[in-house]
Design a protein around this ligand. Sequence first.
Ligand SMILES: *Cc1c(COP(=O)(O)O)cnc(C)c1O
Length: 387
Amino acid sequence: MGRNTDIIHSVPVDELTGAIAVPVYQTSTFVQEAPGVHKGYDYARSNNPTRTALEKIVAQMEGGHGAFAFATGLAAIDAIAKLLSSGDEIVAVDDIYGGAYRLFTHIYQKFGIKVHYVDTTDAENVLDYINEKTKLIWIESPTNPTLKITDIRRISEIAKPFGALVVVDNTFASPVAQQPFTLGADIIIHSATKYIGGHSDLVAGLVVTKTAELSEKLKFIQNSSGGILGPWDCFLVIRGIETIELRVRRQSENAQKVAEYLATRPEIDKVYYPGLPTHKNHEIAKSQQHGIFGGVISFSLKDDTVEAASQFVTSTKYFKLAESLGGMKSLICHPAQMTHASIPREKRLHSGIQDSLIRLSAGIEDAEDLIKDIESALSKVKTQARN
Ligand SMILES: *Cc1c(COP(=O)(O)O)cnc(C)c1O
């Protein structure tokens, strides 16, 4: 069976009524015949049929044993951190999502969990930090916003002898481009707010586990901590998954064309896109992402100023100025003033986030229109510079 057929037909037909769409079970509780005698559902924090349907679809899509839906991506990350005990250590990619950094550093460090942030674009760097206390190796590939790539296969090889679990935040690649379990990962997380939801109309998170043992632990944490996704949002995420292959392929094609265009322009300093042969880890990205490089591109301007970037991001028509990514409509963002504003400038520069760095999330519009939009914004930045 092909992957599209597999995804579409993983969405179950309702056994009770034949409904082809998954029903929204908007209920808090379930009537029991006798105490403890019920149809598998007793209380909606523990289990809800709409959520169960979503979780099964996601487990199948990522090739895992189980999946767990949470209210946000960060709630999903939080659930994984709860696998740890005081004294345990995490080795994490140094370009980690800002929210995960805040959670690990400002909440979990307080409970005695140590985090080492490492440049994993050279996987061997992990060997300097991994030890018998390391319980998780936390990878994002590609990273936000400079699209750094980590060799997940090599990281998994390094982790094994130490018994550390490899967690991949697969948000940027999406399940269409990258299947981390086939590369040796143990746990996958997603901010389903991005490509999986795909319509910029919800926030949600997913954890996918490779083994029954991990599923049991995550199920316990999900029920104990309670940060579940509500039934209506579960329905919307399922609806998003039905078209994910089409959307992500189109978004990646658009992004590739936009990145190639940007690379030819004299006003542009650097272009960050794993689909360009000039990208540091292009070959690794090509092999572990099946040649689908995702919809996010970042670039900096020769006029490396906040002012030039501000002029640019307020000059586009189709790229809407907003945080987030992965939706059908193209978005544009200026990390220094938006997503990464809380990081001190020195630290930002160290991670390659120049003052003029701009992040694009390609939508599913026509590539020619997106390119024209960028061309027009570039001409405004030039005019501004002359004045
Ligand atoms: C957005 C995002 C998150 C957090 O997800 P929320 O749904 O916003 O809580 C985590 N990781 C990555 C890579 C993200 O882009």
